[in-house]
Design a protein around this ligand. Structure first.
Ligand code: SAH
Ligand code: SF4
Length: 435
């Protein structure tokens, strides 16, 4: 999501005549987009600002802007710890970036409002980002209030973009070469966008409409919440061949006691039932997940329940984190688990998750899988692309395959990616979605 947001920030400046440069030493403006989800991400902002300070000392006219969720959550603190920062702006404000930068000429600026109008109505057409595999933000914010999470505070209430706007952006992305679109949202399957004639569209319906667009081979969406996996979305996994059989479905914990304390609104049994239903809809579906270890009050038994859930589900890939105490969230007030315990649990969990991922990748060897080619590989005559499960695949192939899907027989699992041989000329999937 931050990659997408950064591209939209760049767009708002490109529209004003700015041009992107790689080296901060060549820039008139440096914009730092930031993440507040865990303490480590937030602290990185200050070390990065320390680095940028040197550029500002060399060139005092350099404007430094800090955007995103750290700016939203602790903008005043950013300006206190890094007084050389000129502009602080929240994630709902990036369409106003050019104006804020102009204001910075006369003094420090901080704007972290949640405006009534949507930034999406004010942003210029996309000129940054995109590529063969592109992102498209459809939903933002969150009303769930998991007790560990800052998102409802930093991103604000749930908001879905209107369907027409999303389809128009998708068409533009396809015209610029996108063949895969990943729909983004903090809670993407809570999507309920306004459709034609005042109808309310679900994510499942939106995916069906996207599948009708010529030239779009692959659709993904992230991040979904187990509570919002509606029947039509589950069904879409069986009906829409463009919808990739790889789903990120965070579980956070396998213990009902902890899930309740997290206010997750799902329990272990309902999560497992959901996984079963998804696999019944699409049998080659693989899962990725998120887990938190060391949530306040997590005992050894609770943690064992997480390990057993992981063993039961079997993940192709997963992200796991030590619980990070976030100021202002309810869990921050509770007695905390010791860091050494969290570290030990994370090691134990990750060793199982790593093993599952290795097994999943190794099981690809010998199989024929459709690969969407994205560009040249590292060696001459080699192209790289992605499997339906997001695995990088390197193949000896002509560059005419780039932007196309072709079948590849996987011959080798190289740890950091797969290698294989091209089986047939590039093909185009057909739509099977019935609304
Ligand atoms: N909306 C998604 C998750 C968005 S945040 C969902 O509900 O599943 C992305 C991930 O960051 C979460 O799934 C969680 O695993 C992790 N995370 C969020 N807050 C955290 C915290 N305080 N400490 C550690 N991990 C956290
Ligand atoms: Fe955070 Fe996701 Fe929970 Fe919303 S649903 S509060 S984004 S973890």
């Amino acid at each position: 999501m931050n990659v997408y947001d950064s591209a939209r920030m760049a767009d708002s400046l490109v529209a004003e005549g700015y041009r992107r440069v790689e080296d901060p030493g060549d820039a008139n403006i440096v914009v730092l987009n930031t993440c507040h989800i865990r303490e480590k991400a937030a602290e990185k902002v200050y070390s990065e600002l320390g680095r940028l300070r040197r550029y500002k000392e060399r060139e005092p006219s350099l404007i430094i802007a800090v955007g995103g969720c750290v700016a939203q959550a602790e903008g005043a603190e950013v300006q206190r710890r890094a007084p050389f920062v000129d502009v602080v702006f929240g994630p709902q404000m990036y369409h106003r970036l050019p104006e804020l930068i102009k204001r910075a000429a006369v003094g420090k600026v901080r704007d972290t409002e949640f405006p009534v109008e949507s930034k999406f109505d004010h942003l210029p057409e996309e000129s940054s980002g995109g590529g063969i595999s592109a992102y498209l933000s459809v939903q933002e914010g969150c009303d769930k209030f998991c007790t560990f999470c800052v998102v409802p505070y930093t991103r604000g209430a749930e908001f879905s973009r209107p369907v027409a706007e999303i389809l128009a952006e998708a068409r533009r992305l396809i015209n610029r070469g996108a063949r895969e679109i990943t729909l983004l949202g903090q809670n993407v399957n809570a999507f309920h966008g306004e459709g034609p004639r005042g109808t309310d569209w679900s994510l499942g319906r939106l995916i069906c409409a996207l599948a009708e667009l010529d030239g779009l081979w692959r659709i993904r969406y992230t991040t979904s919440h187990p509570r919002d996996m509606a029947d039509d979305l589950i069904a879409a996994h069986g009906l829409v061949p463009q919808l990739m059989p790889f789903l990120h479905l965070p579980a956070q914990s396998g213990s009902d006691r902890i899930l309740a304390a997290m206010n997750r609104r799902h329990d272990r049994a309902s999560y497992l039932r959901l996984v079963e239903r998804l696999i019944a809809a699409r049998e080659d579906l693989a899962l990725s997940g998120d887990f938190i270890v060391g949530f306040p009050g997590e005992t050894d038994e609770d943690f064992d329940a997480t390990l057993s859930l992981v063993r039961q589900v079997g993940y192709a890939q997963a992200y796991s984190f030590r619980y990070s105490t976030r100021p202002g969230t309810p869990a921050a007030e509770k007695p905390q688990v010791r860091e050494v315990v969290k570290a030990e649990r994370l090691r134990a969990l990750q060793s199982i998750l790593d093993m599952q991922q290795e097994d999943f990748n190794a099981a690809m060897v010998g199989r024929v899988v459709p690969v969407l080619f994205e560009g040249a590989g590292r060696h001459p005559g080699q192209q790289r692309g992605k499997s339906p499960y997001g695995q990088m695949v390197h193949v000896a192939a002509p560059d005419t395959v780039v932007g196309r899907v072709a079948n590849v027989r996987i011959s080798e699992d190289r740890g950091h990616g797969l290698a294989g041989t091209l089986q047939e000329a590039a093909m185009v999937p057909t739509t099977r979605c019935v609304a």
